[in-house]
Design a protein around this ligand. Structure first.
Ligand code: NAP
Length: 340
């Protein structure tokens, strides 16, 4: 059977909120879709396509990738390249696409960390896999303690000058290094557009380190990843571990994390969410977006239904002071406060 040609939904921008990335000219949707899990070689392409189309049809025009998203490494970018060919090419100027390099990608001394050699080669590979001429934002995926910060930052500057990325970003940098990096980039007129870190009701590291304030003061946007702490902050694990869940795979989300203390906190938060007329996932996303220093939140999903559920967050992000106090007291015993 010949598949119909994809045609994006009219009115796709009507119900999404877009926030400005720091002191820049560009706005991104408050929900972005991340392709870390469920977009690689284990998922049938038909499901990858269904989730990506659904997201774009609802105004999620920011897709977050990295060189090693899979499995196997590179597979999510390859699938994104297939999406470009099958559906998204006519919409390229409506899309905000990111990729990153900084983690383990290929063997030998040049396939990891933060050297100019690695970042330049990796981005070229990413562009080939994604069938793109340029990405909208290229991130240094993590701070490399052994490469001079100036080398990594100058590679980012030169990538923009070469036209291979329109903007640059940083992910998972300790506050002190982030401060220096922001300064280096700004001095060369290639300011850091977005700083990306794990942030959610349980993981407070970027709040505790002062990074969120640093971004706000320095004119960078802040984009939160793993807003549901990989699914913990949803109803997914309240009654056991579903066979098709990320925790059942046991690679990035381990069963040991599901302690009695955490379950008790999740149960309390779930009840609070129900009182607000929300699912726990929706409340967790609302809590992040209630803070206007948070530019956007990158959700992950294993189905269209999860994206649909998460989209209901839009327009429901307000909290009363009493609700905010309850979120604090319920989550306090299980909050993580350091970059882990
Ligand atoms: N910069 C970095 O170092 C870095 C690191 C990690 C992630 N990221 C980015 O952030 C993105 C999101 O990270 P993440 O996948 O950990 O995000 P997340 O939103 O915290 O977790 C996503 C998982 O939560 C579950 N879920 C989502 N919506 C749900 C709902 N409404 N109800 C019940 N369960 C729901 C699903 O788990 P199941 O699969 O079990 O269904 C889904 O796969 C990644 O794709 C990536 O783009 C960046």
């Amino acid at each position: 059977m010949i598949e119909p040609v994809y045609s994006a939904a009219p009115g796709r921008y009507e119900n999404m909120e877009y926030r400005r990335c720091g002191r820049s000219g560009v706005r991104i949707p408050v929900l972005a879709l991340g392709l870390w899990h469920n977009f690689g070689s284990l998922k049938p392409f038909s499901e990858v396509k269904a989730m990506a189309h659904y997201a774009f049809d609802k105004g999620i025009c920011h897709f977050d990738l990295a060189n090693n998203y899979g499995p196997v490494f590179g597979a999510a970018e390859e699938n994104f390249g297939r999406l470009m060919d099958s559906s998204f090419r006519p919409y390229r100027d409506e899309l905000f696409i990111s990729t990153k390099a900084g983690w383990d990608m290929w063997p030998g001394p040049y396939g990891n960390w933060g050297s100019r050699k690695y970042l330049m080669a990796s981005l070229d590979q990413s562009l080939r896999r994604m069938k793109l001429d340029y990405v909208d934002i290229f991130y240094s995926h993590r701070w490399d303690p052994e490469t001079p910060l100036e080398e990594t930052m100058q590679a980012l500057v030169d990538i923009v000058r070469q036209g291979k990325a329109l903007y640059v970003g940083l992910s998972r940098y300790p506050a002190e290094q982030a401060r220096k990096a922001f300064h280096y980039l700004a001095e060369r007129d290639v300011p850091c557009l977005l700083y990306q870190d794990r942030y959610n009701i349980i993981d407070r590291a970027p709040q505790c380190s002062g990074l969120i304030d640093l971004c706000a003061e320095g004119g960078s946007g802040f984009i939160a990843f793993s807003p549901l702490q990989q699914g913990l902050l949803s109803g997914r694990y309240l009654n056991g571990i579903p066979a098709d869940s990320r925790m059942a795979q046991g690679v990035f989300l381990k069963q040991e994390m599901l302690t009695q203390e955490l379950l008790q906190a999740l149960d309390g938060l779930n009840k609070l969410a129900a009182g607000r007329g929300q699912s726990l996932a929706q409340m967790a996303l609302s809590w992040l977006l209630n803070d206007n220093r948070v530019t956007s939140v990158i959700i992950g999903a294993s189905s269209v239904a999860q994206i649909e559920d998460n989209l209901k967050t839009i327009g429901t992000t307000g909290f009363t002071d009493e609700e905010l106090k309850l979120v604090e007291s319920l989550s306090a015993p299980v909050q993580l406060k350091k970059l882990g």
